[in-house]
Design a protein around this ligand. Structure first.
Ligand code: MGD
Ligand code: MGD
Ligand code: SF4
Ligand code: MO
Length: 683
């Protein structure tokens, strides 16, 4: 009972890869986390957290939690391990690393990490040691590479508009983003604007939760966003609705784009977008009639072979409408870019003797099976590649290699962890200190642990410091404390208020970025004009056209595949999962796949039936949900549910290692598949 217990309320930050980066209050009773709630003092969180994070304490004390170091005793993938001590684990790993470097060179080590923990310290913790060992360098493309590049090509480092601006706008466009699922704290601003008469328009290939709650839903073809955005711009040009004076002041090279739009026939815009000319024109008129418009661009729309171009085209439309002017109620937000610092203070590239080879994380299947010289040690932390990387049958083949030594540092027994040769227990965010900066808003916070590590869990930072020292390295970065490293990084940060004094030993408060400005010209402040045409060299480096324009799709238009695999598949986020995190709480679930009633009739699929999705890469099972929320020819499989005993393959068996038009990101939303009710025998 509470009056007998030691109850404390401690501040923390949600560490997940979510634009909301919530301030959290943890209720700790006798040293155990009992519940998590949103911090009412956090200006963006405003006192609530999503339903998935409310279940986080279940993960902390879950029977799936990895509590101590273990070595594999069963077959790879079987998940059978034997406990060893930390000193033994560090010794074993240190010897293994030394042997591999001596025999094959550092590049035989492939690090693999992403954003299981968004804290700046722990997210980057492995880099120093990897540099020291000359390991292969991972290019972290898996999430936002294409979207980020699409933005920066025309805009440089200009931050997105503050989300708060949307509360005072007349028109909100949620473009390729499922706000009610992946950006829930933006919803209150939408609700406030709608209360004052604003309209919400959702542009998406399927009627997602946000579209269902919107005033208008525009059903675009997947990858057809450039055609919609540029078609709208063509209409605005043709009907003389643009403010030429503003264009001359705030942008450069509009004439080049204008020439392209005039020369390109309407048919190309309608066929690629899947919308008739009148629908595109009506959208353009809606925009023109609402000078106070806020466009929230999602990352989802960039995960296809034309994804970078989609962002480029939407931004071109926004710039032509003057939405970057920073006037009241106007804005465009993809990523806030609220804070940035010198990552060398976290990653220490100076420890590397040479520039080792680069490996794109979207090509993991290739890297583990075909890359020469081969990868001999695969080191995973803060990531679950077997569930999240594309073309997972190749990833699994790689993980099964007898001559590959796999190290996984994890909190729970994920599908990837089961393939480890050495399994190491990781802390959760509640058990370690870190600094978190938001990418959907403009706040950051540094928080300490709220409970002691569970079992023998160690943070990423502690693991790599301990390992480096076990290996005998005494370079300065390996001798730092967490506080020293944070202090040195924060000293380089942009966005931190003038005169701000950072004390890593105490809660930082919710610090607001100086890059956030409302009612002020974002572009003028950054002294950057929107360049409709990018420099020839940059275009050439990216292998991309210099102006936003229409591109042909890759897999979706591939005639050979179209004839064999008639359906398109996209794989967006699920409400109850954060990528594959929380898969442990939904163990045994294979997830659903939305199919249009006409396709269901054609392929004789009943609502609720277990269906087999297949293509040239792999296969997996889902439960059919027959629904008009998707379009004819398009399957939608939400969520990276874990592999199950019955179905040891999951949705990324079907996705490909092909990459986006710019920045070589993955194309999770561009797979061709077929569907049937065949049962499968996994042997
Ligand atoms: N609940 C939940 N929240 C999450 C996540 C999660 O898995 N679950 N993931 C987190 C992560 S890692 C990230 S990066 C962020 C953002 O995660 P993203 O995966 O970028 O999700 P959204 O930005 O919501 O975009 C998804 C929407 O884009 C749509 N979409 C797909 N292809 C196209 C297209 O070609 N055109 C258009 N117009 N729309 C398209 C999908 O149908 C879906 O409605 O969310 C984070 N938040
Ligand atoms: N088909 C398809 N695939 C996708 C996507 C999609 O939309 N469709 N989305 C993609 C996107 S946007 C992203 S960002 C990636 C994300 O891919 P991942 O970065 O792998 O993200 P999660 O699935 O959340 O898995 C993170 C893992 O890190 C562990 N972890 C958390 N904190 C720590 C820590 O402090 N230390 C250690 N050692 N481990 C920790 C968690 O337990 C969890 O298992 O997935 C991508 N994959
Ligand atoms: S997942 Fe997103 S919405 Fe949920 S608590 Fe974390 S930051 Fe907030
Ligand atoms: Mo992501």
């Amino acid at each position: 009972m509470e009056f007998n217990s030691n109850v404390e309320y401690k501040k923390s930050v949600c560490p997940l890869d979510c634009p909301d980066s919530c301030g959290i209050i943890a209720k700790v009773v006798d040293g155990r986390v009992e519940s998590l709630a949103g911090d009412p003092d956090h200006p963006y969180t405003q006192g609530f957290i999503c339903r998935k994070m409310r279940r986080y304490p279940e993960r902390v004390y879950s029977p799936d939690r990895i509590l101590y170091p273990q070595v594999r005793i069963g077959k790879k993938g079987e998940g059978k391990f034997e406990r060893i001590s930390w000193p033994a684990a560090l010794e074993l790993l240190s010897e293994k690393l030394k042997k591999i470097v001596a025999q094959y060179g550092g590049e035989a080590i492939l690090p693999y990490q992403y954003a299981g923990n968004m804290g700046v310290l722990n997210r980057n913790a492995g880099y120093g040691l990897y540099h020291k060992l000359g390991a292969s360098r991972l290019i972290e493309t898996i999430c936002s590479a294409a979207a980020g590049k699409g933005w920066s090509m025309h805009y440089g480092d200009v931050p997105g508009s503050p989300p708060e601006v949307a509360a005072d706008t007349d028109l909100i466009i949620a473009w390729g983003i499922n706000v009610k699922v992946s950006n829930v704290h933006f919803w209150p601003f939408i609700a406030a604007a709608r209360k004052q008469g604003a309209r919400l328009v959702v542009i998406d290939p399927y009627r997602n939760e946000t579209a269902q709650a919107a005033d208008q839903y525009i059903q675009v073809q997947p990858g057809g966003d450039s055609a919609l955005a540029l078609g709208a711009l063509k209409y605005l040009v043709e009907t003389n609705r643009l403010d030429r004076k503003m264009l001359a002041e705030q942008t450069t090279d509009f004439a080049t784009l204008e020439g392209y739009l005039q020369a390109t026939p309407w048919e190309q815009f309608t066929s690629q977008s899947g919308l008739d000319k009148e629908s595109i024109a009506a959208f353009a008129r809606l925009l023109a009639a609402h000078p106070k418009t806020f466009i929230r661009i999602g990352i989802g729309l960039s995960r296809n072979s034309r994804g970078g171009m989609s962002v480029r085209a939407i931004n071109a439309l926004a710039a032509a409408l003057g939405l970057f002017s920073g006037q009241e109620g106007q804005g465009v937000l993809l990523s806030s870019k609220a804070f940035s610092g010198d990552t060398d203070k976290l990653r220490f590239p100076e420890l590397a003797d040479t520039e080792s080879r680069l490996v794109n994380m979207a090509h993991l299947g290739h890297a583990l099976t075909a890359l020469q010289p081969p990868v001999k040690l695969f080191f995973v932390y803060s990531c679950n590649p077997l569930s999240v990387a594309p073309d997972s049958s190749m990833v699994r083949q790689g993980l099964l290699r007898d001559d590959l030594f796999t190290v996984v540092h994890e909190q729970v027994m994920t599908p990837t962890a089961r393939y480890a040769d050495l399994l190491l227990p990781a802390t959760t965010f509640l058990e370690n200190k870190d600094l978190y900066t938001g990418y959907g808003h403009f706040f950051m916070g540094c928080v300490d642990k709220v409970i002691k590590p569970v079992g023998e869990a160690r943070s990423n930072f502690d693991l790599f410091q301990d390992l480096a020292r076990t290996m005998g390295f005494t370079d300065v970065p390996f001798m730092q404390t967490a506080e020293e490293r944070l202090q040195q990084y924060v000293a380089t940060m942009e966005g931190v208020p003038n005169g701000y004094v950072f004390n890593p030993d105490e809660f930082s408060g919710w610090v607001e970025s100086t890059r956030k400005r409302t009612g002020e010209a974002v572009m003028r402040r950054w002294d950057t004009a929107f360049a409709f045409k990018v420099a020839a060299e940059e275009a050439a480096t990216e292998g991309a056209p210099a102006i936003p324009c229409l591109l042909e799709a890759d897999e979706f238009s591939d005639k050979d595949l179209c004839s064999r695999l008639p359906l398109k598949l996209i794989t967006p986020p699920h409400m109850d999962l954060l990528n594959s995190t929380f898969g442990d709480l939904h163990r045994g679930k294979i997830g659903e796949v939305l199919i249009h009633p006409k396709d269901a009739a054609l392929y004789e699929i009943a609502d609720g039936a277990e269906v087999l999705l297949e293509n040239n890469r792999g296969k997996c099972l889902r439960l059919a949900k027959v629904s008009e929320d998707t379009q004819e020819g398009l399957l939608v499989a939400e969520g990276l549910f874990w592999q199950t005993d019955k179905c040891p393959t999951a949705i990324n068996e079907l996705t490909s290692q092909k990459t986006t038009d710019v920045a070589a990101g993955p194309t999770f939303h561009e797979s061709r598949v077929c569907i049937s009710t065949k049962s499968i025998d996994y042997g």
